[in-house]
Design a binder for this molecule. Sequence first.
Ligand code: ARG
Ligand code: ZN
Length: 467
Amino acid sequence: AATMATVALVAAGSAVAPEAAGAAPGNPGAPRYSAGAASVGDPYFPDEGNGGYDVQHYDLNFSYDPATRFMDATATITAIATQDLDQFNLDFRGPEISSLTVNGHAHAFTRDGQELIVTPRPKLKAGQTFTVVVKYAGVPAVITDPDGSIEGWVPTDDGAFVAGEPQGTPAWLPTNDHPTDKATFRFTAKVPEGLTAVGNGQLLSQETSDGWTTFVWDSTEPMASYLATITIGNFVVTESTTASGIPVYVAVDPRQVAGSASAVSQIPKMIDFFSSKFGPYPFASTGAIIDRAPNVGYALETQTKPIFSSAASVSTMAHELAHQWYGDSVSPERWSDIWLNEGFATYAQWMYTEYNGGTSVNSTFNSSSNYGRAASSSFWQTVLADPGPVDMFSNIPYNRGAMTLHALRGKVGDETFFRILREWAASHRYSHASTADFIALAEKESGQNLGNFFDVWLYQKGKPTTW
Ligand code: ARG
Ligand code: ZN
């Protein structure tokens, strides 16, 4: 959908389509074909996601040459129709498509901004599994976000930095691009010999012939599309296992090795510490990708392997690894729920700092970048539960979010607080949840009415004084 107006029209269209399609009266079981919605209706990114199907698996097989920035790709998407479909959309802002098939039948398709519109024939029935194969080639896109930062497929001097929060993955892969539709992923990446392609999940194979190396990466737990990466470059790779047996794969640009050594060496300790507080680590492997992408300027919690655009600090590493529980395994239902990601990861970062012998969580809460800010500061003038797309990665969701959790801890006590955090991770594992779900869980676990507490911290502007 190009605009909200388009979304509304599509929604209205689907409501009337069954009659228009002429389903026989007296034959209620007859298919009632209509178009899947062009959006999931997330107001921060109205083009994101689509209706009418549920993706199970993405398989992307491609070659990429950093010298020409040219990608040659075949994406195979396996999905289940959730309604009788005569049309559905994928989100795609990548290069030119040469062919598209649905269940082996070649199809015409149209592209309109981020929307790739497919009219499958034969039509698809609700419950039917279908396979879409899209072949495309060219230079993948760099996407600019509302806050001015870039994401998607960002070329570097030795490869590509690949990151997609909140809307970058359609730059290189046709997806149902919203955290409410998770799927497993496999990437088969062929790159010039000497370079490494690092993806989410586990490395299944790595083979070199004729001057090209092919890496196969397998993500075995469901993943939101914004957490996908297949980053390419000259990397020093180190493999190990944590004390509890979780494989660790770390790829570091040689220019970042010295500056990241402390953070990298603490990955196992961080995973073990967070597991003891939040419950079992949710994925089959962990690690990190530490690249050099000077024009990016942020790190991202890409699933199983957080990615850094510059040397990784200890606190940023702790933040990105904590996101594996909060953000990756439990993802936000709407982007306005972003504090559930950033507030939690920031709070975990405060906890790790204290555990590691640094500033206590309580002092960090009270510091001048947090609760110590003057009540007159503009910092307090943004509603935490709805920061807007420009401020979704500002210090509001991070710092006010973490402060909210610390205030909750004070209100319900340590035992109940950590039970809430563990239950949040356990009950929404590999799924998504909303701010309302969190409030309900906190009230249930504490037995308290927390309406005023959350109103003051999440929904009101101003510096909270009593809660
Ligand atoms: N979620 C990332 C982190 O806090 C930040 C992503 C910023 N992305 C952006 N497009 N500004 O670890
Ligand atoms: Zn974060």
